[in-house]
Design a binder for this molecule. Structure first.
Ligand code: SF4
Length: 241
């Protein structure tokens, strides 16, 4: 009987992953490894941009608030009618909560989100002359806008990198790639800010979010299709035929 060649799947299955601490100590954060990951992301996602449709900082602020626990696709289905009915902060501040709730209902947590976007509109009018502020410190005072929302708006609309957007994809994949080990967005953001060049803070998040949607999915990452695979030694690696 001819000898069989072990498949990649079989070879991979025999590997015992190193404990997380050992993997970190193995040089995961070495500048040349981080640079190689960034290069791989550039090659795979050279045009990655924010997937939330918007025409102004105000629209992106609202869309990002609505995107909590919801897909960008779903938010993009809701916002055209929302902004047609209430195109400005002034108009949205005057909307009733039931009006807003019915328009954002399909994004989930709609009562809280309706309150947040109405509150955000009122805050912009009362404290920022109706304009979206351009600093993280100011943005996080807006109802519904925590650091992630603030970083999205600052990066996409104003090209300002005051932090790194850490959503569910960035949290998961940063850990899989050994770039962070924190278990909260706040901890992972701080770790990423330490190791990524600041001029990559904005693009890194866009690229990783695309990577998470297309390849490094939560349940079954498509490692056979991942150009970062040689750099990744996550225990979550999965090989598909
Ligand atoms: S090799 Fe797999 S787990 Fe690692 S980054 Fe790529 S898709 Fe994700």
């Amino acid at each position: 009987m001819p000898a069989t060649t072990p498949t990649r799947k079989a070879a991979s299955a025999k590997k015992t992953p190193l404990p997380a601490k050992a993997r970190m100590q193995r040089g995961d954060l070495a500048p040349d490894r981080v640079a190689a990951i960034l290069k791989g992301l550039d090659e795979a996602y050279p045009e990655a941009v924010c997937a939330l449709n918007h025409h102004s900082p105000w629209e992106l602020l609202v869309a990002t608030i609505l995107s909590a626990q919801c897909t960008d696709v779903r938010v993009n289905m809701v916002t055209p009618e929302l902004f047609r009915r209430f195109p400005t902060p002034e108009a949205m501040a005057k909307a009733t909560l039931p009006q807003l709730e019915s328009l954002v209902k399909t994004t989930g947590f709609f009562r809280n989100k309706a309150k947040s976007i109405q509150g955000a509109a009122s805050k912009l009018i009362s404290e920022f002359d109706g304009e979206v502020p351009q600093t993280l410190a100011e943005l996080i005072t807006i109802p519904g806008a925590a650091r992630k929302t603030a970083n999205v708006v600052l990066g996409v609309c104003f090209g300002k990198a005051e932090g790194v957007v850490v959503d569910t994809h960035v949290l998961r994949i940063s850990r899989r790639l050994g770039l962070a080990k924190g278990d909260t967005p706040q901890k992972v953001e701080q770790e990423l800010m330490q190791i990524l060049p600041q001029d990559r803070w904005i693009s890194f998040s866009h690229q990783i979010i695309h990577h998470g949607r297309k390849v490094c999915e939560a349940r079954k990452p498509k490692c056979h299709n991942c150009n970062l695979e040689p750099l990744c030694h996550s225990k979550d690696k999965t090989w598909h035929s």
